[in-house]
Design a protein around this ligand. Sequence first.
Ligand SMILES: Cc1cc2nc3c(=O)[nH]c(=O)nc-3n(C[C@H](O)[C@H](O)[C@H](O)COP(=O)(O)O)c2cc1C
Length: 204
Amino acid sequence: MTLDVASAILNRRAIKQFDPAYAMPDSDMEKILDLARRMPTAFNIQNWRFVVVKDPDLRRRIRAAAWDQPQVTDASVLLVLCADLKAWEKKPGRYWENAQPDIQAVMTAAIDQYYRGREQVQRDEGMRSCGMAAGAIMLLAQSMGYGTCPMDGFDFGAVGALINLPADHEIVMFVAIGKPAAPPKPTGGVLPRAELVLNDTFPA
Ligand SMILES: Cc1cc2nc3c(=O)[nH]c(=O)nc-3n(C[C@H](O)[C@H](O)[C@H](O)COP(=O)(O)O)c2cc1C
C-alpha cells in the first residue's frame, strides 16, 4: 500500500495500543530507515543514529523506565532516535565524498568552524536532525499501513544506560512502530491557523 503524503499526514495518529503478536518484517523497517536517511541534515553531517530495539527483555526493561507505557513492548519495533553530538568532527570529509575535492575541503573547514566549541549548537543540530527523521519515519510507516507513536515519556538516563549510549551521544526520542490494536481516541484538536501562522513578523 502507498498513500500520498497528505493522506499519510491526515491519517497518522499517536497509537497507544499495538498488537503485540504482530511481527513487522525486517525488510519494511529497512525500507523506512533507508528512505528516512534521505532527509536533510545541516552540512549533510547525518548526525542521527537509529537504534532498532527488538529484544523482548530489553524492551521490558525500557518499558519500566518509560512509565510502564505499553507501546514500548507491544509495538513491533521500538526505535530510539539518538544524536551523535560529535558527528561534525568524525572524518567530516565522508559527508562530502561525492563532491569535487575543492568543495570537499571548503565544506569540511566550514563544518569545523561552525560547530567547534559550540556545545549548544551541536545539541540543537541533533534535535533538528532527529526531529525531521522522526516525522519522515512516521509518515513512511503510515504509508505502509503501520501505526506509530512518538514518545519522550521516559527516563533518558536510564534508557541511555540500557542501550549503552556513547558519552558523546544523546537520546532525542522514541518512535514505536507496529500494527494498531485499537483506533485512537479523538484528536486533541488543531489550533486555528491564525494563531500559528504569521505573515512576515510577529506583532510589534
Ligand atoms: C515529542 C513527542 C513526545 C511524545 N511522547 C508521548 C509519550 O511518551 N506517550 C504517549 O502516549 N504519547 C506521546 N506523544 C504523543 C502526543 O501526545 C500526540 O502526538 C499528540 O497528542 C497529538 O496527537 P496525534 O499524534 O494523535 O495527532 C508524544 C508526541 C511527541 C511529538
